[in-house]
Design a protein around this ligand. Sequence first.
Ligand code: ARG
Length: 451
Amino acid sequence: MNRKPWGGGYARPTSSIIEDFTESISFDHRLAPYDIKLSIAHARMLGRQGIIPASDARRLVKELERLENEVGEGKVRWNSALEDVHMNIEAILTKRLGAAGKRVHTGRSRNDQVATAFRLYCADAAEGLSKRCALLQSAIRRSARRFGSVVLPGYTHLQQAQPVTWRTYCEAYLAMFDRDRGRFRASKERAMEYCPLGAAALAGTSFPLDRRAVARELGFRVPAPNPMDAVSDRDFAVELLAALALCQTHLSRLAEDLVIYSSREFGFVRLDDSVTTGSSIMPQKKNPDVCELARGKCGRVFGSLMALLTVLKGLPMTYNRDLQEDKESVFDAVETVGKSLEAMAECVDGIYVDRERAAAVLGRETLATDIAEYLVAEAGVPFREAHAIVARLVASTDRLERVTEEALREAHPSLSGAKFSISFEEAVRRRGLPGVARKRMMKKEKRRERR
Ligand code: ARG
């Protein structure tokens, strides 16, 4: 019989089916570095407070530090009969240190322990994700520098709307990933707000713990003020999952654009061979599988958010074993979004933007709005009227493809002759200027015309 650390009052062993059903070591071994870290802070504090002998505290810290290295090197063999990472670590300490090992669990419960370890994991994960967002942003910035001046169709409703530059397009995604980084920063802050240690099972402990010192040593802002909330709160994990879901949404949108833009029908983006995959039957194929996977992985990331909310929604106070179900969702979402960010950064570095093709697919009618604005600025026509004039012009000139002198004069006198010279590049430039600079440019142009 494999005696459980909690098996003192048990007459019969756990059935193997139940062991298999209840174990979490197969996934929560990821918490080992955090469990060790918090155990070191806890043991030190127990020694300082005279709750356990100072010599035991020293031995515990030393052994935990050794174990930390062993975990880092992948040398530790986890035992699923010991349920979870917390009891595995305690069992290793007890095996190596005897009575001193048994003292580490003084004044704490796995309930406050797992909540603390999970917060530390989430904080670390959030920081790592923010860094990966920044790396993707660097790739996007490189692309903006290489191809920024290329003018391509901007779409609404996936219909060509107005010409835009690749730079403006890139900047849209930079803004999205800026917000994601802000959300990851906030997720870390939330996780590191309250340190649950000292809440014990749900109601605190009679041992004179120094909760402030432990919280400080682990990098938390303060000890969690309410012990019942401390052991059952997983809001911080939900917030991280929400940030992850949004980040994957942004990746998915970028991926979708690249799938469309790299199709033959659009074709102004090409993806490098190193980021496309072939077909086992069609020899000509170079498929944007990376983008499709980044798009498809939204399914599991959104699912994780929904899974955790569902686990939490009906929980009676305080800790319930349901909470063990918080971890796989978060681990999976963190790893999925992390890898997607990395893969999409590779993808973006492999983008070639084809200037000629972009010019070829760009329809002249996308200048309609710019021409209407030109009419307002040049001839003082009210915008609604300018809109109608240009709409007629678009209809009568085959979407502005065959614009004759006559058609222009008919549409509006100020559209005739040299004044109708708006090119795609100029249209983009006029809109690209901030308000004041644009006003100055308009004045200068008027002066030049009067001369
Ligand atoms: N493995 C458990 C979890 O992840 C640790 C806490 C167990 N607590 C308990 N009272 N059974 O939630």
